[in-house]
Design a protein around this ligand. Structure first.
Ligand SMILES: [Zn+2]
Length: 425
């Protein structure tokens, strides 16, 4: 008997009937999707006048869809639309949105928070984790609770301060047995810093490691030179983020002896897709609770069927990706998604357009240092100590146009306010 699991399941069922089933399998059946969509559409239209007018024009005066074939008729929802939701919410989650200016606030009620949590448990279960198994989560130091506490309190966000304390220290630390391991941006420029992160993570002897793709890359690279720490008992790595090169998964298997599960999740949408050991660069989409569509310019539109308080319908994610109905070697068939990176962040090369994950696949297996390409201002950023020779190797490896992306010597990497490293700015 796993008491922690039983406790969590009982608490979850109190708030959200069906919690146990949801937590047991990623994409577990959820019932009539069209009825749920139309309910959310009515809520969104009642709350957002401009969106309502656009829907009225698209549907010829009807209240909702008669089938999902009509879905592409509806207007896509932007961040500006989503900012129109007002009123109380249990949780207001802020996300920076990699590569985007400004922040967006996602508003959730208690049921949606618990639904998100069930989604997380389903993801962890798919990765082979059971409640109480040791987890190490790599976090940029910018995310540290006590680093942000003063700011939350001085902004009068007392509810948020308590909510996050509960999440990190009661739920994750005590119930999940998760330990946060913090790092700063030096892991991308100093091999010693990345090695120390690897040692600190290995010392926790986790069964599951949770990381962003960028930190996982730094950790793996630090293990390429001999004498590094050994991850004993590690079974799986869960990466959170849109851009993970397939080459990174391969090397994680080799160096950590662990399977990498790549998750498509965001503050706005929750847990929308998850890879499996057989799915390669594709991820299984959670079709029961998320609708994914290809939008203009290769961007993804997403609908979260769980958020009743502030519904996001055909929301412009800003992520670039491809969708296909395929059957997977694991036996499951259905909608799958291949993520490329942020839709705005790409470079043109002699061999075509490259997004973040495609660039990672080209650069990661080599011994090139971490680098950044600034597409707006132009130029190539390298870690301290690297110079023209490394810059030339980067340009050659990516087949960058001759004369473009000159080295900006003496400048440091640009790290987003949430501590995220991107190759393409
Ligand atoms: Zn599969």
């Amino acid at each position: 008997m796993n008491f922690r699991r039983a406790l969590v399941a009982a608490a979850g069922e109190l708030v959200l009937p069906g919690f146990k089933n949801r937590a047991a399998a990623f994409g577990a059946p959820a019932g009539d999707r069209l009825a749920r969509f139309n309910f959310l559409l009515a809520r969104a239209r009642a709350a957002l006048p401009a969106y309502d007018a656009a829907c009225a024009a698209a549907l010829g005066g009807r209240a909702g869809l008669s089938s999902f074939e009509e879905l592409p008729r509806l207007p896509a929802m932007s961040r500006e639309d989503a900012a129109g939701y007002t009123g109380g919410a249990l949780a207001r989650l802020e996300s920076g949105g990699t590569g985007c200016a400004g922040r967006v606030e996602t508003r959730l009620d208690l049921e949606a928070v618990v639904a998100r949590y069930a989604g997380l448990l389903a993801v962890l279960k798919s990765a082979g984790w059971d409640m109480g198994d040791k987890v190490a989560a790599l976090h940029p130091v910018e995310y540290g609770y006590f680093n942000n506490l003063q700011g939350m309190l001085s902004a009068g966000q007392f509810g948020k301060a308590v909510f996050e304390f509960f999440q990190q220290y009661a739920l994750y630390r005590l119930v999940h047995n998760r330990k946060n391991v913090y790092y700063d941006h030096r892991i991308f420029s100093e091999p010693g810093a990345a090695r120390r992160l690897a040692s600190a993570a290995a010392a926790e002897r986790p069964r599951l490691l949770i990381s962003r793709p960028d930190a996982l890359m730094a950790l793996l690279r630090s293990l390429r030179s001999p004498g590094g720490p050994v991850f004993r008992g590690l079974k799986a790595v869960l990466t959170v983020g849109t851009a993970l090169g397939e080459t990174v998964r391969r090397e994680a298997r080799e160096r950590l002896g662990a399977e990498v599960f790549n998750m498509y999740a965001s503050t706005e949408l929750g847990y929308a897709a998850l890879s499996c050991p057989a799915s390669g660069e594709w991820l299984h989409s959670d079709e029961e609770r998320h609708l994914l569509e290809e939008g203009p310019g290769g961007s993804l539109l997403a609908t979260d069927l769980d958020n009743k308080l502030a519904p996001l319908l055909r929301y412009q994610t800003g992520d670039a990706g491809e969708l296909a109905r395929r059957s997977c070697a694991c036996g499951r068939a259905g909608l799958q998604v291949r993520l490329k990176g942020r839709v705005k962040n790409f470079i043109e090369t002699a061999s075509g357009r490259l997004y973040e994950s495609e660039l990672i696949d080209k650069a990661f297996p080599s011994d090139l240092p971490f680098f950044q390409l600034d597409t707006a201002a132009g130029g190539l950023l390298l870690p301290p100590g690297a110079g023209e020779r490394e810059a030339a190797r980067v340009r050659e490896a990516l087949a960058l146009p001759v004369g473009g992306y000159g080295l900006r010597a003496g400048e440091s990497f640009k790290i987003s306010s949430s501590g995220k490293f991107c190759h393409i700015l």
